[in-house]
Design a binder for this molecule. Structure first.
Ligand SMILES: Nc1ncnc2c1ncn2[C@@H]1O[C@H](COP(=O)(O)OP(=O)(O)O[C@H]2O[C@H](CO)[C@@H](O)[C@H](O)[C@H]2O)[C@@H](O)[C@H]1O
Length: 491
């Protein structure tokens, strides 16, 4: 039930959902937000592709079949498979083998699948079709990122006169504005609505920008922090779409992600051996020793820096690599876990080789190790160039591992810089996206570590006392849904 006592039917569209399949933070949100909506009494369905990797691994059954473009030469028959998240939220996985029976979800060998435009246009279009097949008339269609961003356009153009969707309004959440999904629309002929969009969404004659389309047609738009929402309206932070965001400024807001404390709480975390909370923080040091031993670093009282991230430009890897040799001259240890750009992976491997006993690089995707780094490190590095919200700095706060972040997007909305606010500080912030500024910030933290351990414990307690609950974030989504519901059908 929302603040106004309404129970809403929510169709939640996402390309990945944690627990079923995850490559990044979108999956965390697509698991946790629907769970909280359900806990608040709403009637929620998640719709996602039935990737072959999950089809065989989770109990599921076919609960319906549908056809896009029945009777035409582009007819596509698909099945709706039902499964549930660990929180009991019903998931509809759209089974269309030609698109989803692949080894990965977006691409292989760091190369996106050539037909991703088709694959995700299908998801957006078939999700709405599936709602009709299963007679689930949603109040809100909640889209996430470019993968599902054309659904609001299909709602308007295809279903504008359809009584079934009469009360349906749409919300688009942007988790990453840099990925926009631009595809040749001649490749996506089975979504004919794509040929009726305004020219503004078309690039080079025939390319349609999915995210632009969502920003134009969605009733309400949000991103995952107020900071990033305002950056999107600027030419520096808008990823080339500043004007589009400016045009929708009245309908654009930022809602900081919650943290799933069921998964990320050092008091109960099953992935760590030594558990602790804010009152037993002295135990955290044992987790550090275990991590040092596990990754082959000397056990002891040496400042340990951790980082877990997709290795991309976004995450600031490009400003970190040039300063690592200098930073590692100090008496420090560093563990970096990440996969992504092969060039970054190669450079990280080489730097780690040059600094044995000081730096370890794990080019893997390993959830357990990620938890152990969050728990065992003293500091957590997140020098992002842009960051819509960021989850890892929020997890770090929960584990009393002080985040070192750039003052951008959701990072500056969630971390309080110790040097600007001694009393309430929870971490360290630097501003300029340059290697030099990052290095001087790292040196700042090093002095802090060696100068006053009592003060460090106090700041760790500040960090652990921060709370980013899904209860709070969900209330804001409910208010957003209520605002979307107020929108006239044709505004
Ligand atoms: N090698 C590895 N091993 C194990 N786990 C790994 C890993 N690499 C990444 N992860 C995990 O993936 C998630 C990453 O989440 P983030 O929010 O930090 O970034 P991401 O850029 O994917 O998300 C986008 O969407 C989210 C959600 O809205 C926004 O917070 C964010 O700013 C935006 O860029 C975390 O749960 C992290 O632990």
């Amino acid at each position: 039930m929302d603040l106004r006592g309404n129970i809403l039917k929510v169709l939640f569209l996402a390309s990945e959902v944690a627990g079923l399949i995850k490559t990044g933070g979108l999956a965390d949100v697509a698991k946790s937000l629907p769970a909280q909506l359900k806990a608040n009494g709403h009637d929620v369905r998640i719709v996602m592709p039935c990737y072959s990797v999950i089809k065989g691994s989770f109990d599921n059954k076919i609960i319906g079949t549908g056809t896009l473009n029945p009777g035409s030469s582009l007819q596509m028959d698909y099945a709706i498979r039902q499964t549930f998240t660990s929180d009991g939220v019903e998931v509809w996985m759209l089974d269309y083998r030609r698109y989803y029976e692949r080894t990965s979800i977006y691409g292989d060998n760091n190369q996106a699948y050539w037909d991703n435009g088709e694959r995700f246009a299908f998801l957006a279009s078939a999700a709405l079709d599936a709602a009709k097949v299963l007679n689930f008339s949603p109040d809100i269609v909640h889209c996430n990122d470019w993968h599902t961003a054309i659904a609001p356009m299909i709602l308007r153009i295809k279903y504008g006169g359809d009584k079934f969707f009469d009360k349906t309004r749409s919300v688009l959440t942007i988790h990453n504005g840099a990925f926009q999904g631009a595809f040749d629309r001649n490749q996506i002929r089975y979504v004919p609505e794509i040929f009726h969009v305004y020219n503004d969404m078309i690039v080079n004659g025939s390319y349609i920008n999915f995210l632009k389309c969502g920003v134009f047609y969605a009733d309400k738009i949000n991103t995952v922090s107020p900071g990033y929402a305002s950056e999107l309206t600027t030419y520096l932070g808008g990823h080339g779409m500043a004007q589009n965001y400016q045009a929708r400024a009245a309908d654009l807001c930022g809602i900081v992600n919650g943290c799933d404390y069921g998964d990320w709480d050092p008091k109960v975390d099953p992935h760590i051996t030594v558990r602790y909370d804010v009152n037993t923080m002295e135990e955290k040091i044992l987790g550090k020793y275990l991590l040092q031993r596990k990754i082959g670093l000397q056990m002891g009282d040496i400042p340990l820096y951790g980082m877990v991230a997709r290795l991309t430009d976004q995450k600031g890897v490009g400003i970190l690599i040039p300063i690592l040799d200098k930073f590692l001259c100090h008496n420090v240890q560093l563990i970096i876990e990440g996969t992504g750009d092969p060039n970054f992976e190669r450079q990280m491997t080489e730097i780690a080789k040059r600094h044995p006993g000081k730096m370890v690089f794990k080019g893997v995707y390993d959830n357990e190790l990620a938890h152990q780094i969050e728990a065992g490190a003293d500091f957590f590095l997140m020098p992002s160039i842009f960051e819509p919200c960021g989850l890892n700095q929020i997890y770090s706060l929960a584990y009393g591992t002080l985040p070192i972040v750039r003052g951008v997007g959701g990072l500056k909305d969630t971390v309080i810089d110790y040097d600007s606010d001694n009393k309430n500080g929870t971490g360290f912030i630097f501003e300029e996206p340059s290697p030099e500024e990052l290095l001087s910030c790292l040196r700042r933290t090093l002095i802090f570590y060696y100068e006053d351990q009592n003060e460090m414990q106090r700041i760790k307690r500040n960090a652990m006392n921060m709370r980013f609950s899904w209860e709070d974030s969900c209330k804001k989504y409910e208010a957003l849904y209520a605002d979307a519901a107020q929108k006239p059908k044709w505004w």
